[in-house]
Write a protein that binds this ligand. Sequence first.
Ligand code: HEM
Length: 337
Amino acid sequence: MAMVRARIRLVMSAIAILVLMAAAAPTLAQQPTSVDPTADAVKEQQLLQQLQRIQGLGTIPDTKSYVIEQPMGRKWRQFHEVWLHWIGAIAVLGMLAVLIIFYLVRGMVRMESGRSGINIVRFSAFERFVHWMTATCFVILALSGLNITFGKDVLLPLMGPSTFSTWSLAAKYAHNFISFPFTLGVILIFFMWLAGNIPNKVDVAWFKRGGGIIGRDQPPAERFNGGQKGVYWVVVLGGTAVAISGYLLMFPFFGTTIAGMQLAQVVHGVVAVLFIAAMLAHIYIGTVGMEGAFEAMGKGTVDLKWAEEHHSLWLQEEQARAGRGESRQQSSATAAE
Ligand code: HEM
């Protein structure tokens, strides 16, 4: 009896081994140990896995063009077609949602003590010119850049191929040419406002007290408060990053390899969408977020009470300077009509 049981066990084991081998056979057949890249039907995936690239021979001097596919290229495509879309959509739409909710909860930051009717010069005509030139360039670059990332998915179905290609061509030219005045603007902003934007203890205290935006507190601030200094450095550092990466993209392979070009595009795309999100917050505070703020960059002047509430240390400095007859501003305190 024991003998019969042992035989049955042996037969069952043999059958199990055969079934396992039959199941594994197709997988083994798909994984040859070597690949002949010149064969008539070579699987692209197989070539990439085993040779790390698909590369041929060519007759033109640009040998980079002989590489048709390489593993980093696939990773880059995944970044450009998927991840950048997510990062961009979350950053831009997320910021818009946060600002709308913030506005509904907090509302506009009002001038608590009302207007005095006395205006103080805050920005010179040159400062305002540089600001608006850079801002206009930024908006054009942002819209034309977002078209490169999202246009095909969002606008092409709405516009149709013909209109979309005309618009995209114009947007691409605008993106390339507007980059020059934008870069000039970032350089001028760096030098023009550097002195007022070095972070210090006053800014730490300002942030700790919510900056007058969160809550109703009005912490003292210099000419630029902690939040404005943050915006300044976002513009200077973000502007430098998009400019360097952008020019590397605009002049392909000028000192870069394929990997360098891919890195430049990753940096450009990610910094650009974060930059746009940050500027949305800046635009919010300069318009509907704070009463009296737009005048500063619009007319160049602010109300005395506004300066007292939001930039008390700067106001004291300006008044002391005017008292000594050293004011760099002509008629720094003039009664409003
Ligand atoms: C000096 C400044 C800049 C230069 C030289 C520059 C140049 C470029 C170039 C050459 C491209 C690639 C276009 C293509 O693939 O055909 C590009 C893409 C792009 N740019 Fe700029 N740009 C600059 C500033 C900006 C700014 C300020 C923003 C946004 C605020 C921006 C947003 C974008 C975006 C979103 C893309 C598409 C990224 C992608 O989908 O790969 N750029 N830029």
